[in-house]
Design a protein around this ligand. Structure first.
Ligand SMILES: C[S@@+](CC[C@H](N)C(=O)[O-])C[C@H]1O[C@@H](n2cnc3c(N)ncnc32)[C@H](O)[C@@H]1O
Length: 354
């Protein structure tokens, strides 16, 4: 993840642009560690804000090998250092080698279980999973927010949005499915069909090209991290009708997200943005639907948390009939939807003027 430059740079730039939010503040980094080296001390984001905050707490789950990189006092097993008000502190090699050994307060534990001596002015976290919600730790961040964020505190990032768009999934189709049609003059389409069936069971993580998108992207979900609740994340259903702007075979829905920081900057994982480790996610349809420009198509996407209490989601995608009820407002080209949208836009403009 540290190697994911667009991700890490987005946090770095946003933190630098918001130094006033961190200056002399109590800051909590939930999930501060880096999984890759199992130094659950201070990851790439944490070390960057540590210099500005007066009390940066770096929290991550205890791992068996965490102690290896956590510096202990000569011959002892306890934490190093004791802050007069804030109590004992662990020093870690990451924090130390970046000059913040005495500043960062490392807490090993789940955010759900740890205790802190004070409330936080800012909560920083990089919690996003594939298509935002998959195996995401947002539920834990919500618990952390409710336990530790001061009433006028700030979430960092503060908004997250999930988008979806019908796609040809052309590159993916070529790599994973088409290759089975006539390799070496043999008809192996049965293997391709089986592969496509298995893809219905799980969303596919892949890089897509903007030219594979068949219509304008639609906003599926907008989360305001200050307020969102775990209950709201249990099941998300989105119905959309869109007008096709590019002809091609419709093979599935492409999903991606963006996160917005308090300074307005964004971490964008769209097909047009530099690739991140999240890439995009495809929900693959059972068969191809050839589409012409100006066709109106409808889809319904449901993301439902698995009943086992884990962090996984079940995704279902279905096609809607053009005559099914359209949401209001709807961005498609059907006359009725255009009219309603024009009326709503007019009312909004009048409100803004008034
Ligand atoms: C994406 S990684 C963090 C990356 C790191 N902040 C960086 O900048 O490189 C997410 C981290 O959250 C931690 N985590 C997941 N659930 C947690 C919880 N309930 N409490 C504390 N940490 C948690 C994981 O152990 C993992 O290290």
């Amino acid at each position: 993840m540290v190697g994911d430059k667009p991700r890490t740079e987005a946090y770095r730039a946003a933190i630098q642009a918001s130094r006033h939010l961190f200056q002399d503040k109590v800051v909590l980094d939930i999930g501060a560690g880096t999984d890759s080296c199992e130094d659950h001390s201070v990851g790439s984001c944490g070390v960057r804000w540590a210099s500005a905050a007066s009390a940066p707490y770096a929290i991550d789950r205890p791992q068996t090998r965490a102690g290896r990189l956590t510096r202990q006092p000569e011959g002892g097993t306890g934490p190093v250092g004791r802050h007069p008000q804030r109590g004992p502190n662990r020093r870690t090699l990451n924090a130390e080698r970046n000059g913040f050994g005495d500043v960062v307060r490392v807490v090993h534990g789940r955010i759900e279980d740890v205790t802190l001596p004070e409330q936080a002015d800012v909560i920083v976290s990089e919690w996003m999973g594939f298509y935002l919600l998959h195996e995401s730790m947002l539920d834990s961040v919500i618990v952390g927010r409710d336990r530790f964020l001061a009433p006028d505190g700030v979430m960092f990032p503060d908004v997250a949005r999930l988008y979806a768009c019908p796609s040809t999934l052309a590159a993916f189709h070529c790599d994973q499915l088409q290759c089975w049609s006539r390799p070496y003059g043999l008809d192996l389409t049965a293997v391709g069909e089986a592969a496509r069936r298995s893809m219905q069971q799980a969303p596919q993580v892949l890089d897509t090209h903007p030219e594979e998108l068949l219509a304008a992207p639609e906003l599926v979900l907008e989360l305001h991290l200050q307020y969102v609740t775990a209950e709201e994340l249990a099941a998300v259903t989105c119905r959309r009708f869109v007008t096709v702007t590019r002809p091609g075979p419709y093979r599935g829905l492409c999903l991606w997200f963006e996160c917005q920081f308090p300074d307005g900057s964004r971490l964008d994982t769209a097909p047009r943005a530099p690739s991140t480790h999240w890439r995009q996610t495809a929900v693959v349809l059972p068969t191809d639907y050839p589409l012409e420009v100006d066709t109106v198509i409808g889809w319904e996407l449901t993301l439902a948390r698995e009943a086992d209490g884990g962090r996984k989601y079940r995704i279902a995608l279905s096609m809607l009939d053009e005559d099914d009820e359209h949401p209001v407002p709807c961005g498609c080209a059907v006359g009725k939807c255009r009219l309603i949208k024009a009326l709503i836009d007019k009312e909004d403009a009048e409100c803004d003027e008034g």
